[in-house]
Design a binder for this molecule. Structure first.
Ligand code: ATP
Length: 234
């Protein structure tokens, strides 16, 4: 479904990604792991059209997307849930959700889609008329995920969904992933919360200094001595 091949990208003269290649197949949960500054967010920005790779290709559903604008990438079926949620705090939860359905293809079925998404998030349904900024951190994360789903994406990309959440809320966020898959949406997650992520992911990639250094199933990576030593402190 998604293939990044030999992506080089960075900021100004600084090259951050040095040949990143990875693949996500339809129906999978794939994770990209790495320490602070490894280049995870830069990989997502390259994928979503927020920065232009200097080299390499992004292919999605058989179509080249590198060099495309962010709105074309959303229209192709990729939606990013950015780190830090980025909701509009002074408008209602409902209006935040409706903004997620701005892409043309998602507009006609917007009411039906809202119902479908709210089924997954009963807590969000209860808060629909509240200002998004008045919700707790965990509730805001749920709204951010729900808003991402409103565009009916083929691939939902999460940038550090567990950041700043309590352990209980982290479990809830990861618990929602199965439901997202059941909607027919494929998932790519960037995370530092390695144990949780590798438990839910079918496969993972480890990014170190802008290059992929390890790949395998979630369980194989959890059992990997380098992952244990470098990321789990074991
Ligand atoms: P974290 O887990 O801390 O978010 P990350 O793996 O997502 O880290 P990136 O945000 O991709 O890492 O950053 C990779 C490198 O690129 C870092 O050294 C960072 O300082 C640098 N960088 C990120 N954004 C910019 C920018 N806008 N301009 C210049 N350098 C940047």
């Amino acid at each position: 479904m998604l293939r990044l091949d030999n992506i080089h990208a960075g900021y100004g003269n600084t090259e951050v990604l040095r040949g990143v290649s990875l693949e996500v197949k339809a129906g999978e949960v794939v994770t990209l792991l790495g320490a602070n500054g490894a280049g995870k967010t830069t990989t997502l920005r390259s994928l979503c059209g927020l920065i232009k790779p200097s080299q390499g290709t992004v292919e999605f559903d058989g179509r080249r997307l590198d060099g495309c604008a962010p709105d074309e990438i959303v229209a192709a079926g990729i939606t990013l849930i950015p780190e830090g949620r980025q909701l509009f705090p002074f408008i209602s939860v409902r209006d935040n959700l409706l903004m997620g359905a701005y892409k043309k293809a998602a507009r006609p079925a917007v009411k039906q889609r809202l119902e479908q998404v709210l089924e997954l998030f009963p807590r969000v349904r209860e808060r629909l008329e509240q200002h998004a900024g008045s919700l707790s951190g965990g509730e805001q994360q749920m709204v951010a995920i729900a808003r991402g789903l409103m565009s009916d994406p083929k691939l939902l990309v999460f940038d550090e969904p567990s950041l700043g959440l309590s352990p209980l809320l982290v479990s809830q966020v990861f618990g929602i992933i199965d439901k997202i898959l059941a909607l027919g949406t494929t998932v790519l997650i960037v995370e530092q919360n390695i144990v949780h992520t590798l438990r839910v992911a079918h496969r993972g990639y480890v990014l170190e200094n802008g290059s992929i250094t390890l790949t395998g199933t979630g369980q194989a990576l959890l059992d990997n001595p380098h992952v244990k030593r470098a990321y789990l402190g074991l």
